[in-house]
Design a binder for this molecule. Structure first.
Ligand code: PFF
Length: 459
């Protein structure tokens, strides 16, 4: 017997949950870093174009499929096509990617929790810059402590998903997404007062033609996919809890707009701190756990700034982790008729086990030769696997499925339901049917080393 499906209680609740899923570590540490590495201004324009013309149309597509089928990621393709077609592999691909991301997300977010506590204890007070940096090295090499914090973070995520859609995800996303937006604005206002603010704005928005590389466009598309949580079953799942009265195109544009604004705010918050101390823009854990704490220590009110920043870090990761866990859980509930309780317990347990190598690899307690062999730690390897390959592949198959495998009349009906945006249906369809697949195929060919887009343009 089909169980009654829960739906979001309000449009605002859904918007905050979807925005919470999108705004995550990708926005906070990947966006500033990748923007920095690709020369600032021009990359930001690419990112905007990719988000508006490819990211948001696919975002709309995922939500439409989810709402139409009212099932989890794999069930959607079984319902809309049939069991026999291979399309359901798109759902599985998404579920596997979500699962893999979650396994290393909990490690990084756990470090964030650890730094939140350290900040409250004023850990930079009697330490030199060198010693502050060394705190992270110690943490990274202490598998037990890393694992402990990853566990606590996973437990928090578990607690929310366990409570279901309205009482769990919607309620807590409202609290955390709102808090993170408020914190971000406060930190941004603080950054405005720093000497490096002007330089940061110039860096982010000024056109630097000498740094122009066509392949940066593909980087921007990859980043846009990650930050919008596309191609991983999360939006398919969240879409399946939408009601018929919800205006999907409009909601997708609101969430997409929020992600863009938040990415800019994150950049304008982090770069001024760096430029104030004349450092080159860099990213990843080096930026968040080494550079920023050293710089925070030199600023007035450092304890508060540092605490608030790491609270922001944890909150952004939290709402994204909830979405990732839900995608996997919803799939099991739908496909195998499991209870939510059983699915959440089992998935969380397996995520923790799979997360162990990510947590322990920094200290060489496990996979000692991984780093020398592959040039990346275990968790960086999973991140690249997902971000470079699985995610674009999921996006490509999805755009092909929506654009070519589903009847236009069915799509049009799903698009128009609850929406006043019917007029742009054919524009949307064109973007999903043509622009998205072509752009993603180019990414895959470029990343696979089969083409070099730069050489087409630059002799
Ligand atoms: N969008 C999140 C970020 O930018 O960190 C990461 C993410 C969350 C990706 C959820 C995918 C997802 F399904």
């Amino acid at each position: 017997m089909q169980r009654q499906r829960e739906h979001w209680e309000s449009r605002l609740g859904f918007i905050l949950a979807a925005a919470g899923s999108a705004i995550g570590l990708g926005t906070l540490w990947k966006f500033p870093y990748v923007t920095g590495a690709n020369g600032g201004g021009i990359f930001v324009i690419f990112y905007l174009i990719c988000t508006l013309f490819i990211g948001i149309p696919l975002f709309i597509g995922e939500l439409l499929l989810g709402r139409k089928a009212q099932r989890g990621p794999v069930g959607i393709f079984v319902t809309l096509s049939s069991e026999a077609t291979g399309w359901k592999s798109i759902g599985w691909l998404g579920v596997v990617s979500s699962f893999l991301i979650l396994s290393y997300y909990i490690v990084v977010a756990g470090w964030g929790l650890n730094y939140l506590l350290l900040s409250l204890n004023q850990f930079t007070l009697d330490r030199s810059a060198f010693e502050i940096v060394d705190v992270f090295n110690t943490l990274n090499q202490s598998g037990d402590i890393t694992l402990f914090w990853a566990f606590i973070f996973l437990l928090m995520t578990f607690g929310v998903v366990f409570q279901g859609i309205r009482q769990g995800i919607e309620k807590w996303s409202k609290v955390f997404t709102t808090s993170l937006l408020v914190i971000l604005v406060i930190l941004f206002l603080y950054s405005v007062t720093l000497d490096g603010f002007g330089e940061a704005v110039h860096f982010l928005f000024a056109f630097n033609v000498t740094k122009f590389r066509p392949s940066a466009f593909l980087e921007a598309l990859g980043l846009s996919f990650f930050t919008l949580s596309l191609g991983q079953g999360v939006l398919l799942t969240y879409g399946s809890y939408l009601r018929k009265i919800d205006d999907i195109p409009k909601i997708a544009m609101i969430v997409g707009g929020m992600v863009i604004v938040v990415s800019f705010l994150a950049g304008m918050m982090i770069f001024p701190v760096i430029f104030t101390f004349n450092l080159p823009p860099q990213g990843g854990e080096g930026l968040v756990f080494k550079t920023l704490p050293v710089l925070f220590a030199k600023l007035p009110g450092s304890m508060v700034i540092s605490t608030v920043f790491f609270a922001l870090f944890v909150f952004t990761a939290f709402t994204s982790a909830v979405a990732l866990l839900e995608a996997v859980v919803a799939n099991l509930i739908d496909l195998y008729g499991w209870s939510r309780k059983k699915a959440v317990c089992l998935v969380s347990f397996v995520v923790f086990i799979v997360g162990i190598p990510s947590a322990l690899s920094g200290g060489g307690e496990i996979f000692k030769k991984w780093l020398p062999m592959y040039g990346k730690t275990f968790f960086e390897s999973i991140d690249s696997l997902v971000s470079i390959w699985l995610l674009p592949m999921g996006g490509l198959l999805l755009s092909l499925y929506i654009g070519w495998a589903i009847k236009t009349s069915v799509l049009k009906e799903a698009f128009s339901e609850g929406s006043r945006w019917q007029a742009i249906f054919y524009v949307w369809l064109f973007l999903v049917r043509w622009l998205a697949p072509i752009a993603i195929i180019l990414i895959l060919l470029q990343k696979g080393g089969l083409i070099n887009v730069d050489s087409f343009f630059i002799q």
